[in-house]
Design a protein. Sequence first.
Length: 370
Amino acid sequence: MTPRRSAVLAVLVVLLAGCGAEPQPTAPDATTTAAAPQPGEPESITVLATGDVLVHQGRALTAGALRDGGRYDLNGVFAPVADLIGAADLAICHLETPVAPDGGSYRGYPGLAVQPEIVDALAEAGYDLCSTASNHSLDAGTDGLVRTLDVLDAAGIAHTGTYPSPAESTEPVLLDVDGVRIGHVAGTFGLNGVPLPAGREWSVDVVAVPDVAPMLAAAARARAAGAEVVVASLHCCLEYRHEPTAEQETAVRALLASPDVDLVLGHHAHVVQPVERIDGEWVAYGLGNHVAEHATRGYPTEDSVAARFTFTRGSDGRFAVTSAEAVPLAIELGDAAVTVRPADPATYERVAGVLDMRGAVADGLVVAPR
């Protein structure tokens, strides 16, 4: 665990009385004015989020990271952007695939089970929290799902979206970030046709997009448990297209219309999608890949972005986004290594153009070089 994480991140797991019940009347809700800030409490915090973490097999990433003894050293993958990640008060990743046991066996697409060392690399880079609900969540079965959560726990990375028990599936996980309680909810539009295991339907947060009612219920539980900011991660809808689908837009608007959701992060497209401000709140429809090696090099699947939002406490005591930034990144596919780096000029301009497809820059988005 990094020094920053041990100092900043305290995971407060709050089990509400009667798991899954409606929030109690005494809990804070959308009509309750938050308490005024106390002396010494922070006025602002930064939340940074990145795209899909995928480890494809038989390519440069795994070939270049294999060390004597059969272990993989993947820390170098994120090293060029570790300062960017570590500078955020809360850094959120999206771990799309389950991990295999130490030593394998490892599997690539379509049923992935990847090197657990990728989690060590995420921790080393400075991530505090990962969403884990994706269409690949059950690629390695229930064992793989639980193993992935155990590996994240061992690395000191909080998680939401997949669960090892029914109780934990309804427990709001709040992160104490410099004294501010952050809630995170997640959902995926499907599981690639893999059915949820009988009796374990709670294992993955699956939502029938555009209906995001389960995510809204989870956000309400997080708010009732004391979350001052709630971030929602949505894994959907069509791959390899920059424009969000109509269903995706409907789902995002439903999330942002809720008084319990403050920010929406999107995944799954594998290419960067626009950022948009909707009724004063922000969505990053698709953050692209954070690390991946798709078969065709030079495709926009190597474009990436880190979205950074500053939440500031207002005079009413509530937090709202006062600064929205996006940092274009590039996945550099070498012959013997893969690294995530700040974007070169051509990639920067290309990514910036996609981010602004919905007029985000006019609405206040800053596309930053770092």
